[in-house]
Design a protein around this ligand. Structure first.
Ligand code: PMP
Length: 428
């Protein structure tokens, strides 16, 4: 089959007619499929149900160091949970503070601390005329929502295959002291599944920002979320920052939201001692301590990182066929037509489809009218503005495989129709 871009106007119109008929047939089915958010499926959630058998009315509720989990206190989280999270985050247990149920919540609070009280004795950001933030794109919409909420000016940083454009980042942060931070998802990034190379991590750790209170927000949300046997590894950012004589440069975040229960797991922040002492000054006013019973449940369920790995293999077994099916469908329907490109991630939760320029919003609209809800076009960009209107984040985890098959079929019909409309209009 010829690429769509090589077809004559008559051929384009004919092809569009065929697909429009197919589209109408899908519409008539009245389906309701949601591919919009990266939520684990019920089958995945069921994997963690034995966690509820760990503690019962007769369980010992004290930790190994004697801390009583049923009572107030222990601001930094129980030692067992610090240990578990340090293995997931690839850092030292004493660098970790285990908090509540959501890493996004900790990230919001960390930005809020910089805003209200300032970092390292610098002026609180709320007192500054302008605060800017670097946003590798496409990225995680909820990150951008935080920095937008605080009124920061967000600057797009293009992503390469091995992480964000470091030349641009080095240049910007060295010149402009109103740039106070950067969002990073260093492993199996949301939404492209990109893994930062050693060089990118080292250059990040060696940044020489003009702002002394510049911080890297290292959201290691998908640290153990491999889809295949091959486990991608990244360098330990806290260690690299120490080596670079930049020990306060980074806050690392992670949670078990996509290991056990989304929103019902445990979340943590890791940083060096100076940042930690500063953080604790606010944290100790904010709370008397987080939910240590849930920490205990998690720490006793996952005795070590090997048991986390075993557990993640079960997730991968459920997720892999879904990812592969979507990618195969794209290859089958879009490959020959030359209609866009897509990622084949080795981990994480998303496939990114890069549509021909100017067609992403139309695809999302067409899909919606055929019963498939996609993440809105533009969502993976600050201010929801995709300069090329071409990126669509596809989240294959939630629906059962049969539903996902239908959604993928509908998606490729919509993608082809949108492209054909564009080509027909261009030739008219
Ligand atoms: N960071 C990233 C990159 C994510 O994709 C998600 C979930 N979609 C989160 C954080 C949210 O994590 P939590 O449930 O711990 O708040």
């Amino acid at each position: 089959m010829k690429k769509y871009s090589e077809l004559s106007q008559d051929e384009l119109i004919k092809e569009k007619e065929v697909l429009s008929n197919e589209y109408k047939q899908w519409q008539a089915k009245g389906l309701k499929l949601d591919m919009s958010r990266g939520k684990p499926s019920v089958e995945q959630l069921n994997l963690s149900m034995p966690i509820f058998d760990i503690l019962d009315g007769k369980s010992l509720m004290r930790c190994m160091n004697g801390v009583e989990t049923r009572n107030y206190g222990c601001l930094e989280g129980i030692v067992e949970a610090q240990h578990l999270m340090s293995e997931i985050m690839d850092c030292q247990p004493e660098q970790v503070i285990v908090c509540g149920n959501s890493s996004l919540n900790i990230m919001f609070d960390t930005v809020a601390r910089g805003y209200m009280f300032g970092f390292g004795g610098c002026t609180p950001w709320c007192k500054l005329e302008k605060v800017k933030w670097l946003c590798p794109v496409p990225g995680y919409d909820r990150h951008f929502a935080i920095t937008q909420h605080f009124g920061f000016e967000m600057i797009n940083i293009p992503m390469n295959d091995d992480g964000p454009d470091m030349d641009m980042i080095e240049d910007l942060v060295s010149k402009d002291d109103s740039i106070k931070g950067i969002w990073c998802v260093p492993k199996y990034s949301n939404p492209q599944g990109i893994v930062y190379s050693d060089e990118v991590v080292r250059r990040m750790a060696n940044l020489k920002p003009a702002a002394k209170d510049f911080r890297i927000f290292w959201d290691n949300a998908y640290a153990v979320h491999h889809l295949y046997k091959e486990k991608c590894k990244i360098l330990n950012i806290l260690h690299e920052c120490e080596e670079a004589d930049n020990p306060s440069l980074v806050f690392e975040f992670a949670s078990t939201s996509k290991i056990t229960f989304a929103g019902g797991g445990i979340a943590a922040i890791a940083c060096n001692n100076a940042n930690r002492q500063e953080l604790k000054k606010t944290l100790t006013v904010q709370t008397i301590g987080f939910d240590k019973i849930n920490m205990l449940r998690h720490a006793r369920y996952f005795m070590d990182v090997e048991s986390v790995d075993e557990h993640m293999k079960k997730h991968a077994k459920i997720l892999r066929p879904k990812f592969e099916m979507v990618i195969k469908t794209m290859e089958r329907d879009l490959g020959d037509a030359g209609c866009g490109t897509w990622t084949s991630p080795k981990g994480g939760y998303f496939i990114t489809y890069e549509a021909p320029k100017g067609t992403a919003s139309r695809i999302v609209e067409l899909a919606k009218e055929a019963g498939v809800i996609l993440t809105p076009a533009g969502a993976p960009f600050p201010y929801h503005m995709d300069p090329n209107d071409s990126i669509i984040r596809f989240a294959p985890s939630l629906p059962p495989l049969e539903e996902l098959e239908q959604a993928a079929d509908i998606f490729t019909v919509c993608a082809r129709i949108a492209y054909l409309e564009k080509l027909i209009l261009a030739k008219a």
